[in-house]
Design a binder for this molecule. Structure first.
Ligand code: NAP
Ligand code: GLV
Ligand code: GLV
Length: 318
């Protein structure tokens, strides 16, 4: 009997035919909308492998209903949507898609930094509203990037690439992370500091920690007040890493300069207060959204599934 793989949404590239060539049956949820939990449980009940999105919550109830599943391949590097410990306790392997999306995501973080520093969203809005009345010395003044201090929170794969890119803008790099990153220090002369020191001394702050119990509201009421009045903060990690309500409050009060968001605390819902602010640049979680990157992510998820279903070790286990 051929083994069956369920994919919770059509992915870029054609991994179905690739998986079929390798001897598997594939089934794909073929609607534009997200699969519901009920549908997911129904469709995945008797499959051998599941390829899912970061927007699919794979909790205990879902896992309890996976009768034959050997692998949950997340189509993302972050895996906070999956109860990994519970899956493991049921002998289900969980994999993610690291590395292949590092550069694309680092690019988006830098794009947000530049957008915030130079008020690109406000300029774009003004043009579209036909309010550009000619060059003016004080039109949409932002901040230089050169000579500024960039604070990287979470110096892993993506954080390191953001630091390398920002170093090219002639900045100074600070980082706060669990482990020391000697490679980063060598490449950018970055200095490892405490979180409070970073928040107090950085002009630009970029967040790259995964969402875990220890990083939930890592940025909170107590420490966000340490940021400079001119600070720019950018989040491409997970919304829940920041106390979003408090960040909105200090943005409203102009206690910091600007913030760039790719991720939100209650995704896909966006706090309506955020939409009223001019000093925020908002993106719909598109960190890895390039044709090449999303295709590589799909191939990596497919290859993880193939290895596990063939009885081999996964390529990128969690
Ligand atoms: P990574 O290589 O694992 O880097 C994460 C870094 O955070 C590691 O250096 C890790 O330290 C550090 N860290 C973990 N917990 C910490 C804590 N409690 N305090 C301080 N530092 C901590 O992951 P990555 O590939 O760079 O991805 C990072 C995150 O970006 C993902 O988890 C995902 O949520 C997000 N992401 C978002 C998008 C998007 O579309 N916006 C795209 C890709 C990824 P250690 O070195 O000690 O483990
Ligand atoms: C995207 O957010 C990812 O974790 O890959
Ligand atoms: C601006 O356009 C300049 O020439 O300085």
């Amino acid at each position: 009997m051929k083994q069956k793989i369920f994919i919770t949404q059509k992915l870029p590239g054609n991994i179905e035919s690739y998986l079929q060539k390798n001897g598997f049956i594939t089934e794909t949820f073929d609607k534009e909308r997200l699969i519901t939990k009920k549908e997911l449980i129904e469709r995945a009940r008797d499959v051998d492998a599941l390829i899912c999105l970061l927007s699919n919550r794979i909790d205990k109830e879902v896992i309890d209903n996976l009768n034959k599943c050997k692998i949950i391949a997340n189509y993302a590097v972050g895996y906070n949507n999956i109860d990994v410990d519970y899956a493991k306790s049921k002998n289900i392997i969980v994999t993610n898609t690291p590395d292949v999306l590092t550069d694309a995501t680092a690019d988006i973080a830098v794009a947000l930094i530049l957008a915030c520093a130079r008020r690109l969203h406000e300029g774009n809005k003004l043009m579209r509203q036909k309010k550009f009345k000619g060059w003016k010395p004080d039109l949409l003044l932002g901040y230089d990037i050169k000579d500024k201090v960039v604070g990287i929170i979470g110096a892993g794969r993506i954080g390191t690439e953001v630091a390398i890119r920002m170093k090219a803008f002639k900045t100074k790099i600070l980082y706060y992370s669990r482990s020391r990153n000697y490679e980063l220090e060598k490449l950018t002369e970055a200095k490892k500091v405490s979180l409070n020191y970073l928040l107090k001394n950085s002009d630009i702050i970029s967040i790259h920690v995964p969402l875990t119990e220890s990083t939930f509201h890592l940025l909170n009421k107590e420490n966000m007040v340490l940021m400079k009045k001119s600070a720019i903060i950018v989040n491409t990690a997970r919304g829940e890493v920041i106390d979003e309500k408090f960040l909105i409050k200090i943005l409203k009060q102009k206690k910091i300069f600007s913030a760039g968001f790719d991720v939100y605390e209650n995704e896909p819902d966006v706090n309506p207060d955020l939409l009223k602010l001019d000093n925020v640049f908002l993106l719909p979680h598109i960190g890895s959204a390039t044709i090449e990157t999303r295709t590589r992510m799909a191939m990596l998820a497919a290859k993880n599934v193939i290895e596990v279903l063939k009885g081999n070790k996964p390529i990128t286990p969690v």
